[in-house]
Design a protein around this ligand. Structure first.
Ligand SMILES: [Zn+2]
Ligand SMILES: [Zn+2]
Length: 382
């Protein structure tokens, strides 16, 4: 049953990007009521993911004006008439993708790329329309939602309800809606990392730290973190990193080349698995080069605006695997609740990710904070 409020348009503040590369502005927008299979969410917290910066530059396609943000946590304000498993007042996080559990891909058990509820690249609802507008102009989303807004409407299949929100730190739940989970999922679901293996993680932002934690949980014997920021050494170690490479200060090999540095640390053999988390295109090739001959696997989880990357064909031909993954291969309904539980049970401590906090009207400052050396995650409060 939908309530009376679900029939009303809400006027609220949101962070709007008007055109490619333009600074984000906080504007008053209109948010329509949810359609039958949708929910309207009042945001409590949101966070900044590296991909949001790419979205300002037109990633994955130049859809403007758009309301940014795809990480967050909120309370369901109203529901569409066909929504049965979510009710008003439930605390939910949005998910990039969904899981129907019956399409060919969901049934295969080998991928999280559901065919029925795909990754939302149109920036619109599943019916091709938008519930957000400004001055009569349609506003696009980032993937399935727009979290940098006081209210948003999202298809009910693209949210996950928190079963015991009182026991969960809500800012942490926001971080788990994309970045950290993407990293955590990759060693677990995508690489299916074997116990005792050697791992390298390029880039120690929230995604990379998630990959370090995921590799540790899977029983990796050695986890080498790579980051040009020396301050990431301590935080990487807190998540289970065993070795640290700073490619800008580590000149022992004289090459300045990340794959050589990883090989130097592993007796020249390279690692079993290398996770590329920066989105810096040349590192895709470096990640593959850094893996073992005949059986190494490089997993790309950092998003980039660069469409084509160069790979040494002989490196690939010699038995290595190059794999890409969205959301670390995590299935939002099957796998994400397990990760939320680990956080709730304090098996994973995300306090160290939260380095900065801004209110929605201060959102423009978030982009400056991201350049700060200590910055891992910027939390947006409403
Ligand atoms: Zn499916
Ligand atoms: Zn993200």
């Amino acid at each position: 049953m939908s309530s009376k409020s679900s029939s009303q348009v809400i006027k609220c503040k949101a962070a709007v990007c008007w055109s490619m590369g333009e600074a984000v502005k906080v504007e008053e927008i209109r948010v329509e009521p949810p359609q039958p299979s949708e929910v309207r969410v009042k945001m409590l917290y949101a966070s900044v993911c590296h991909t949001d910066l790419l979205c300002i530059q037109g990633y994955p396609s130049p859809l403007f004006p758009r309301v940014l943000g795809h990480e967050g946590v909120g309370v369901v304000e109203s529901i569409g008439e066909e929504v049965i498993d979510i009710k008003e007042g439930d605390i939910v996080i949005p998910t990039l993708m969904s899981e129907c559990k019956e399409c060919e891909n969901c049934e295969s058990g080998n991928t999280n790329m559901c065919l029925k509820y795909p990754l939302g690249l149109s920036g619109l609802m599943l019916d091709g329309s938008s519930r957000m507008s400004i001055n009569g102009k349609k506003l696009y989303h980032v993937f399935a939602c727009s979290t940098w807004s006081e209210y948003m409407v999202v298809n009910v299949n693209y949210v996950l309800k928190l079963e015991s929100p009182d026991d969960m730190c809500l800012p942490h739940a926001s971080f788990l809606s994309c970045g950290f989970s993407t990293g955590f999922g990759a060693p677990w679901k995508e690489a299916k990392l074997h116990k005792g293996s050697t791992v390298a993680v390029i880039g120690l932002g929230a995604v990379g730290l998630g990959a370090v934690e995921g590799a540790r949980m899977q029983g990796a014997a050695r986890i080498i973190g790579v980051d040009k920021n020396e301050r990431k050494k301590a935080i990487g170690e807190a998540f289970g990193m065993t070795d640290f490479i700073n490619p800008e200060s580590d000149t022992s090999t004289g090459s300045g080349c990340v794959s050589h540095m990883i090989k130097d640390l592993t007796g020249g053999r390279g690692v079993d698995y290398c996770f590329e988390c920066t989105g810096f295109a040349p590192f895709v090739s470096e990640a593959l080069e850094a893996t073992k001959l005949g059986k190494g696997m490089a997993i790309v989880i950092g998003a980039t605006n660069v469409k084509h990357v160069q790979i040494n064909s002989l490196t690939l031909l010699c038995g290595r695997t190059l794999k890409g993954s969205i959301f670390g291969g995590l299935k939002p309904k099957t796998d994400l609740p397990l990760l939320l539980n680990k956080c709730k049970d304090k098996e994973i401590l995300l306090d160290q990710l939260l380095t900065h906090q801004v209110s929605l009207p201060e959102i423009i400052e978030a982009f400056q904070l991201l350049k700060h050396q200590d910055c891992v995650k910027v939390l947006i409060t409403f």
